[in-house]
Design a protein around this ligand. Structure first.
Ligand SMILES: [Zn+2]
Length: 225
C-alpha cells in the first residue's frame, strides 16, 4: 500500500513556499517493462517523481534543492514553451522541463531518463504521438550521453537494450533491428540476449507496445535474424 505525506519546501529558483504530495514506501511488485518502467504500485506514483513550482514553473525532483544554472534555464523560451505545451499531458511537460534543465546543465543521461519518464506519462494518457516524440528525444539524449562517455545504467548491455526499446516503441523499426542485431552478435549476457530475441520478434511483428522482462525470459528459443 502506498502512503502519502507532504513535502514543504521553498523553491530554489523563485523563493516561493511550495507543498508537494509524496507517496512513500511504494515498490515494484512484478516484472518491469523492457524500458525499465516498474510494476505497480511504484508505477502509479510517477506523478510525484518530478514536481513543478506553481509560482515560477521550476520542475525538479526536489525544487527546494539549489541547482547551479537552473535559474537561467527556467527563463529560456524553450523551457517556457514546454511548460505549457498543449500537445503533451501536463505531467509529461513537467518531466520534459526537468529534462531540458538536465540537458542544458550538461547531464544528457539524466535528461534521457526524464524524457523516458515523460513518455510513460503519455502512454498512460493514451497520447501516442507525444509518447513517440519523448522516446525519440530520450534515444537522442542517450546517444549523446555515450558520446560523453556516460551510461544511463551500470549493468553491461542495459543501455543498448534500452535504446532498442526506445527505437521500437518510437516506430523506428529498422534502427531498432540494427541495434538488436549488433548486440546479439556480441554474445551478451543471457538476460540481455533473451530480451534482444524478444525485441527482434516484436520488431518483425511491427509491435510498438509495452512488454515486460518476464516475457523475454518466457520465450527462450533462438530466432534467425
Ligand atoms: Zn519557483
Amino acid at each position: 500500500m502506498t502512503h502519502l505525506h507532504y513535502l514543504n519546501t521553498t523553491c530554489a529558483v523563485c523563493g516561493e513556499s511550495c507543498r508537494f504530495t509524496i507517496p512513500e514506501g511504494a515498490v515494484s511488485v512484478g516484472s518491469r517493462d523492457l524500458d525499465t518502467r516498474p510494476a505497480e504500485p511504484l508505477r502509479s506514483t510517477i506523478y510525484a517523481w518530478v514536481k513543478r513550482c506553481p509560482s515560477c514553473g521550476y520542475c525538479a525532483p526536489d525544487p527546494g534543492r539549489p541547482l547551479k544554472g537552473a535559474v537561467d534555464v527556467v527563463r529560456l523560451p524553450r523551457y517556457r514553451w514546454q511548460l505549457d505545451a498543449r500537445k503533451f499531458p501536463k505531467i509529461a511537460n513537467t518531466f520534459l522541463c526537468w529534462s531540458i534543465v538536465q540537458e542544458d546543465l550538461g547531464v544528457p543521461a539524466q535528461a534521457a531518463w526524464a524524457s523516458l519518464h515523460a513518455a510513460w506519462v503519455c502512454d498512460d494518457e493514451g497520447e501516442d504521438v507525444p509518447a513517440r516524440i519523448c522516446r525519440k528525444r530520450a534515444a537522442d539524449l542517450l546517444q549523446r550521453a555515450w558520446e560523453q562517455g556516460e551510461r544511463l545504467a551500470p549493468q553491461e548491455g542495459a543501455d543498448e537494450a534500452l535504446l532498442v526499446d526506445l527505437l521500437r516503441r518510437a516506430g523506428r523499426f529498422r534502427e531498432a533491428r540494427a541495434v538488436a542485431a549488433e548486440i546479439l552478435e556480441q554474445n551478451p549476457q543471457p538476460l540481455i540476449a533473451d530480451i534482444m530475441r524478444l525485441q527482434v520478434r516484436l520488431i518483425a511483428a511491427s509491435d510498438r507496445g509495452a512488454h515486460t522482462v518476464a516475457e523475454a525470459r518466457r520465450f527462450r528459443r533462438p530466432v534467425s535474424l
